[in-house]
Design a protein around this ligand. Structure first.
Ligand SMILES: Cc1cc2nc3c(=O)[nH]c(=O)nc-3n(C[C@H](O)[C@H](O)[C@H](O)COP(=O)(O)OP(=O)(O)OC[C@H]3O[C@@H](n4cnc5c(N)ncnc54)[C@H](O)[C@@H]3O)c2cc1C
Length: 830
């Protein structure tokens, strides 16, 4: 009996070992053969038994190990089924799938992230020139920007600010120097947008858009030499203001279905008959559209007279249209949640334009979707993730300061546990968001166009910013609600949904893109299998499919076994980096465990649901969440290393990593609870959580320590909010809150003396007499201390002040002040 049990245990151990290390088929065969030989000797099998058992083994081993046999018996049959059930992809879907590159996301998808490799990637750094730009023009432009003037008085940037932005090259950060641009790295681009976002959203968006997906980026990748030489220097210096018009009333998220169209035809341009296109479009929501001089226009091009070739429906095409061209209608504005950056509709009806206006020339007619998808990742990695981090940093610093200055129940509100809880979240989330910003921009600087990672960064940075602004609003109470020059939270709260909606609305990004694209692009074998099935023929297809398919099985088995073993060993065998800090070692192990679980779950979900998984957005959204959490943990841990393992940052890391791991676990739990095949769900749960769900939410103690970072001046707070604009002096409302914060802390010993004196009955507070003066009178504090205390009080009062307005909210006065200056439409109407 004991011997049987030991043989069973040995068999399981061999199986687990071989699967854990994803051993090749030959090793499996050797292992199985050796096991059978041991059994044969131990149980003294008869010659007949040996012949039967080893005969069957030899046949199976031959089928599995000899490529020709394996293909004939197994993989060619699977290939045939695969070809039958795999839906045909449209060109649009193919372009989206092929776009961009995969990077660390592929490691996570493998189930075995190589942490040593990740940590060996050097931390991205700004050049001296880039730093000088941030310290010079970028500081200057922030100092010039007054958000209330922009959002309430002018509904636009003042002309001086517009000019400065153009003259200093802010609109041409991504344009190489040879064309007169700044030629900045992605990190520098991100640092600039982040700083601007800490000052004025309208300013940040105005700078962000020309440096994101649009005419500049498209010209750089696909423009003809003539187009590049003409437009890029003009864009770099702001002589052209670009916009990019894709969205139509009928085509928002489903942008590939735009009804805007052009027809190839002959026409007259500049007095000559040329081959061109007559284009009709109706676009909306176009940022910078109302003031653009150069309209990047996407439409579907048709060639019914076959003037260009055989094809009639050429497909989506991108052209550059000067907005002073007859028939182009621009100028009207939307009002996106009082953000007031220029945004509006534009249209044209049967506007004739030469074919040369197609970006890349006529060869690129119909290739617009491929061009857009190819260029999407770089901008999406930077614009919205970065502006969200800017918002987070500003809110973290200002909310922390405010909650130390604002006193209720005789206590700074930041020290009341309920407020502290929200503050702790703000601090830890800000740390993680900055980590994600830097790692993602760093990937772009390494030459990646990270398709899936940019979607993760866009979705999660905007969502975490939403949590942060909600927390900040709650902490500010009425002060955050009443808009005015003294409110530094309200506009951020208003404008937040813009980031959620643009560059792929968040629900769609989460439920359709992150896992949908990730499953195909980042998975080590799925794309190879699909290509073998749909794009290859004959022996080449069979060999490629066989290799990918057998590796895929090994991969799935290995990840299942690894998830199980990590589950029963509390992740003790999880990979850790050779070069990582000991204090964060366990987080790498936990993440490795979840990566194995995710990879296994992803494979089983694809197997169980096939093409239907695409429609099961609640499941694929959660799978995307797990992948995203793994990426965000990776970025956080790398940031800790890249910043030189700052021990004071550990509370924020501990809070946020636990939060991310817990969320990943919750997402897996959600998938398992809703998995359509219940028996498979049970097996999956036994495999992934053999001892139950072990990750817990972050501890209150870590939350308290994180909140403390925002409640104390010092290096940790400065490091967390590094790169934000800090106005000098005390007159600017955000400078005043910082000054009040410092003064409040410096005054605490004086406040304590006054408080104790009252408590001990040495003085009795009197209505209308301030406590400081009373303290001086009773010789509790000195005259110097009184001066210090009164200065602090003045600052405190200015910080808690809320704006009020005359009945017309000051509009009559504003109109008088602006005088003859051209006013935007919205103010004129008002
Ligand atoms: C302020 C602002 C600036 C913009 N700037 C530009 C610009 O410069 N150029 C430009 O071309 N466009 C621009 N846009 C357009 C922007 O990209 C679109 O608003 C966005 O693509 C969403 O389209 P929609 O608003 O029509 O929403 P809809 O497409 O109507 O979507 C509504 C909701 O349905 C969800 N949804 C849609 N399809 C799916 C799906 N398959 N699965 C799950 N959920 C789904 C979306 O996530 C969203 O939550 C801008 C928009 C705004 C508001």
């Amino acid at each position: 009996m004991l011997a049987i049990a030991s043989f069973i245990v040995a068999a399981i151990a061999i199986f687990l070992l071989l699967a854990f290390f994803q051993s090749p088929l030959q090793l499996w065969s050797v292992g199985a053969g050796a096991y059978l030989v041991t059994l044969s000797i131990a149980y003294q099998w008869s010659a007949t038994t040996n012949a039967v058992v080893f005969g069957i083994f030899a046949v199976l081993a031959a089928i599995l190990n000899v490529g020709v046999l394996r293909r004939a018996v197994i993989s060619n049959r699977v290939l045939a089924i695969f070809r039958r059930i795999l839906p045909d992809m449209t060109q649009t879907e193919k372009d989206a799938i092929d776009a961009g590159t995969v990077w660390w996301d592929a490691d996570l998808f493998s189930g075995k992230p190589d942490w040593t490799k990740l940590l060996a990637i050097p931390a991205p750094r700004l050049s001296a020139e880039e730093q000088a730009f941030l310290d010079g023009p970028c500081e200057e432009v922030c100092a010039m920007a007054n958000d209330w003037e922009i959002t309430h008085e002018r509904y636009d940037l003042p002309p001086k600010l517009w000019q400065y932005v153009k003259d200093k090259g802010f609109l041409g950060m991504i344009i190489p120097k040879k064309y007169g641009g700044l030629g900045f790295s992605a990190l520098a681009h991100s640092a600039v947008v982040m700083k601007l976002s800490t000052r004025s959203n309208a300013l940040a968006v105005t700078v962000m858009v020309p440096n994101s997906l649009g005419p500049g980026e498209l010209l750089l990748h696909y423009g003809t030499e003539e187009q590049k030489n003409h437009y890029l220097p003009r864009l770099a210096k702001g002589q052209e203001v670009p916009c990019f018009a894709l969205t139509s009333p009928e085509a928002g998220s489903d942008a590939a279905s735009i009804p805007d169209f052009g027809v190839v035809c002959k026409g007259t341009f500049q007095g000559k008959e040329v081959l061109g296109m007559r284009v009709t479009w109706d676009k909306r929501y176009i940022t910078l559209g109302p003031v653009a001089t150069l309209l990047g226009l996407a439409f579907r091009l048709y060639d019914p007279e076959h003037l260009l070739g055989d094809k009639e429906d050429l497909g989506i095409t991108c052209a550059l249209v000067p907005t002073n061209h007859p028939g182009v209608n621009i100028g009207r504005r939307h009002l996106p949640l009082n953000a007031v950056f220029q945004n509006g509709p534009n249209s044209g009806k049967e506007v004739f334009m030469p074919l040369d206006w197609i970006i890349g020339g006529r060869e690129y007619a119909g290739k617009g979707w491929m061009m857009l998808m190819g260029c999407l990742a770089a901008g999406r990695s930077i614009s919205l993730p970065t502006s969200s981090v800017g918002g987070a940093k500003a809110l973290a610093r200002l909310t922390g300061a405010y909650s130390r200055v604002r006193v209720q129940f005789k206590t700074p509100i930041g020290k009341l546990e309920g407020v502290e809880e929200a503050l702790g979240r703000i601090a830890a989330n800000t740390y993680m968001m900055d980590a994600c910003r830097i790692m993602t921009a760093g990937a772009v600087d390494l030459g990646e166009k990270p398709a899936v990672i940019s979607a993760i960064a866009k979705y999660h940075m905007t969502e975490r910013a939403r949590h942060i602004v909600n927390d900040a609003m709650d902490i500010h109470g009425g002060k955050g609600i009443c808009l005015g020059p003294n409110n530094w939270v309200g506009r951020g709260y208003q404008v937040l949904p813009v980031g959620i909606t643009v560059e792929g609305a968040n629900i769609l990004t989460r439920t359709l893109i992150i896992f949908g694209q990730g499953a195909i692009r980042c998975h080590p074998y799925v794309l190879r299998e699909m290509r073998a099935a749909k794009e290859m023929q004959g022996a080449a297809a069979e060999i490629e499919f066989d290799d990918a398919f057998t590796s895929h099985i090994g991969h799935t088995l290995s990840n299942g076994v690894r998830a199980f073993i990590h589950g029963i060993t509390s992740s003790r065998l999880g990979q850790t980096p050779r070069n990582g800090a000991p204090e964060t070692r366990h987080y790498y192990r936990f993440t490795s465990r979840l990566a194995a679980a995710f990879a296994f779950l992803a494979d089983v979900s694809m197997l169980a649901m096939g093409g239907a998984l695409k429609r099961k957005e609640k499941i694929s959204g959660r799978l995307g969440d797990v992948l995203s959490m793994l990426y965000l943990v990776s970025a956080t841990l790398k940031h800790y290393e890249d910043q030189g393992r700052q021990k004071e940052d550990l509370p924020m890391i501990r809070w946020v990593v636990r939060d991310l791991l817990y969320h990943a676990q919750e997402a897996i739990d959600g998938i398992l609870s809703n998995f359509p095949v219940k028996s498979v769900a049970t097996l999956l749960r036994w495999t992934i959580f053999p001892l139950g769900m072990s990750f817990r939410p972050p501890l209150d103690a870590r939350n308290r320590e994180s909140a403390k970072v925002l409640l104390e001046p010092g290096a940790t707070r400065d490091r967390l909010t590094a790169g934000m604009y800090l106005p000098k002096g005390e007159t600017d409302p955000t400078a005043a809150v910082e000054a009040a914060f410092v003064a409040t802390i410096a005054c605490e010993p004086i406040d304590e003396k006054l408080r104790k004196a009252v408590k001990k009955g040495k003085m009795v507070p009197q209505p209308g007499v301030d406590l400081g003066s009373l303290g001086l009178k009773h010789q509790i504090i000195s005259a110097d201390e009184l001066a210090q205390w009164q200065k602090k009080e003045a600052l405190r009062k200015s910080v808690i002040k809320v704006d009020d307005f005359p009945q017309d909210f000051g509009r009559a006065e504003i109109l008088q002040k602006l005088g003859d200056e051209k006013l935007p439409h919205a103010v004129k109407v008002a």
